[in-house]
Design a protein around this ligand. Structure first.
Ligand code: ADP
Ligand code: 5GP
Length: 198
């Protein structure tokens, strides 16, 4: 796939990935594009179909997987999630730097492809703080919250060697500074790209 290297974000649900990505895309408008995943989970209040996710049924998702439409997919907390080839192409065709927000299984699967992204892990300061943030977000039932905390324990013990950078999201401003520093300093054409665009 041509163009600048995509950026893969991974980390427990509630670690702050969406918060960081939304701020980045607002601060650097016209530079980054979000790869809109497909999922079988129910939309949360305020989520838009086609913007946050493509919300589809399990039947349609499985059909797409069988057709070879997905570069990677996973089962997380009782729902399917996946990145379609079209989602990445949509971003890259606009000459934007593609950002993916995927779980650890997705990272392992993307590593088997030729996408060659930069891998960034976003981690919470602790499991307790993660739980507080997830509860305060008020998006989960007790059951889905427990599933996310269970998955988080695995995520927080993942091999850091899988990533180009690991960012601890304690203070949001500091984490965002680390995030932009990583993106603009890692071996990638991004700095050059922004220079050219501006
Ligand atoms: P993710 O996309 O990784 O699931 P979110 O970006 O939705 O996580 O963040 C989870 C919740 O934590 C949100 O309600 C968000 O506002 C809040 N949050 C994110 N970063 C911080 C931070 N550094 N300090 C306190 N709350 C945070
Ligand atoms: P949420 O339901 O909180 O939006 O997402 C749950 C988890 O699914 C998060 O860890 C998120 O990174 C992951 N996820 C979202 N989209 C994808 C995807 O397309 N592929 C994979 N592998 N994981 C995804």
């Amino acid at each position: 796939m041509a163009g600048p290297r995509p950026i893969v974000l991974c980390g427990p649900s509630g670690a702050g990935k969406s918060t960081l990505v939304k701020k980045l895309m607002k601060d650097y408008e016209g530079i980054f594009g979000f790869s809109v995943s497909h999922t079988t989970r129910t939309p949360r209040f305020g989520e838009e179909n086609g913007k946050d996710y493509h919300f589809i049924t399990r039947e349609i998702m499985e059909w797409g997987i069988n057709q070879g439409d997905f570069i990677e997919y996973t089962e997380f907390s009782g729902n399917m999630y996946g990145t379609s080839k079209t989602s990445i192409q949509d971003v890259q065709s606009k000459n934007l730097i593609c950002i993916l927000d995927i779980d650890i299984q997705g990272v392992l699967n993307i590593k088997k492809t030729n996408l060659d992204p930069i891998y960034i892990s976003i981690q919470p300061p602790s499991l307790d703080i993660l739980e507080t943030r997830l509860r305060n977000r008020k998006t989960e039932t007790e059951e889905s919250l427990q599933k996310r905390l269970h998955a988080a324990k695995i995520d927080m013990n993942a091999d850091t060697q899988l990533f180009d950078a690991v960012i601890i999201n304690d203070d949001l401003d500091r984490a965002y500074e680390d995030f932009t520093n990583v993106i603009f300093s890692l071996e990638s054409p991004i700095e050059h790209y922004i220079y050219v665009v501006i």
